[in-house]
Design a protein around this ligand. Structure first.
Ligand SMILES: *Cc1c(COP(=O)(O)O)cnc(C)c1O
Length: 387
């Protein structure tokens, strides 16, 4: 079945008693045992819960994995994955990383003796140099955010396999609608489902998808033991959002492509970082491994003085953190999402004081362009007045 149909039908044939098309919210933590030694399949909701189970089954199928685990946030999902590792273990991680993942590794996992090295994951030689006998996994984001760097998943996964390492892919930005890393050799997928999967800026959630029985069993043990699981109401809300994922991603891609081209031509803009643009260094790999492009991109102004007035003058577009929702949001990575990443690293990768990140919503592109145009024009006038 095509992914559009799988998405629209999440949970719709799963309710055996009433035939409800929308799978109900089972707001229950305990389940009666028919008799000693018997179970309905549900015992206690941290281990398995009916509404969450329907979501998890759908997520595993969409990502071509064997099992999925719904967590209370993307960070909870990452923490659960990192519990695979023990004192002394080492990870190789994408350079331009989500700030929260960097913080979890550097401020928390480091206290448990798990270390990480950050590298351009297209540079296999650099990765080989960083490899030690204690290296256990490679963690990649592709595209990264905010600079939208692309990693060749198949190439990294093949290298990782040759070294006996797990390949973990954060697939938040493309979702299984556009990219399925397990089919390219990855072992574990993590999602901040708060973003495109949920899609409405109203539910915080994370997903883990695993390939292989041993890894799936281990993850089930960690998910239940740590307990950072998603509740039934939020599981339902996430499924409700996922049903329209295909339509939303197509519109996000269309809008982001149209608007990135507009900004590329704008005299105040130095460059636009969006893999759909032919001049983007990751354009070819992106086209090879994904069937489409995400709805976020970043752009660099020629003059840092534009930043403050743009953020003050945008009206339809909200100045807010997060991404992947139907509403357009703009953020300033250097002081918001990436504030926890040290200045030297931020500057080395290009997250500087002239960079804005735009999560393009599903509004009409003409209205979004009009909003950007008036904000850029208002900023230009203010700067001229000061001079
Ligand atoms: C938001 C985000 C996370 C963290 O997810 P939360 O749901 O906010 O906990 C992890 N990775 C990426 C790429 C993200 O965008």
């Amino acid at each position: 079945m095509k992914i559009e149909s799988q998405l629209a039908q999440i949970g719709s044939i799963k309710e055996p008693v009433t035939g409800a098309i929308s799978f109900p919210v089972y707001q229950a933590t305990a389940f009666r045992h028919p008799k000693l030694g018997q179970s309905t399949g549900f015992d206690y909701a941290r281990t398995k819960s009916p509404t969450r189970a329907v979501l998890e089954e759908a997520a595993a199928q969409l990502e071509a994995g064997d099992a999925a685990f719904a967590c209370s946030s993307g960070m909870a999902a990452l923490q659960t994955i990192f519990a695979l590792f023990s004192q002394g273990d080492h990870l190789i991680v994408s350079l331009d990383l989500y700030g929260g993942t960097y913080r979890l590794l550097e401020r928390i996992m480091s206290r448990f003796g798990v270390t990480a090295s950050y590298v351009d994951t297209n540079d296999i030689d650099a990765m080989s140099t960083l490899w030690t006998p204690n290296t256990k996994a490679v963690l990649i984001e592709t595209p990264t955010n905010p600079l939208m760097m692309i990693t060749d998943i198949e190439r990294v996964a093949a290298w990782a396999k040759s070294k006996g390492l797990l390949t973990i892919v954060d697939n938040t930005l493309l979702t299984p609608f556009f990219q399925r890393p397990i089919e390219l050799g990855a072992d574990i997928i993590i999602h901040s489902a708060t973003k495109y999967l949920g899609g409405h800026n109203d539910v915080l959630a994370g997903l883990i998808v695993t390939k292989g029985k041993e890894l799936s069993d281990e993850m089930a043990f960690l998910h239940n033991s740590i307990g950072a699981v998603l509740g039934p109401q939020d599981s339902w809300l996430l499924m409700r959002g996922m049903k329209t994922l295909a339509l939303r991603m197509e519109r996000h891609q269309h809008n982001a492509t149209t608007i990135s081209n507009y900004l590329l031509e704008h005299p105040a803009v130095e460059d636009v970082y969006y893999p759909a643009l032919p001049h983007h260094p990751g354009h070819e790999i992106q086209n090879k491994q994904s069937s489409g492009n995400t709805g976020i991109f970043s752009f660099r102004l020629k003059d840092a003085r534009y930043i403050e007035p743009i953020l003050r003058h945008i009206k339809l577009i909200a100045f807010a953190e997060s991404l992947g929702g139907v509403e357009s949001l703009m953020t300033y990575p250097a002081v918001q999402t990436h504030a926890d990443i040290p200045l030297e690293i931020r500057q080395a990768i290009g997250v500087d004081d002239r960079l804005l990140r735009f999560s393009v919503g599903i509004e009409h592109a003409d209205d979004l362009i009009a909003d950007l145009a008036q904000a850029l024009e208002a900023a230009r006038r203010e700067i001229e007045e000061v001079q």
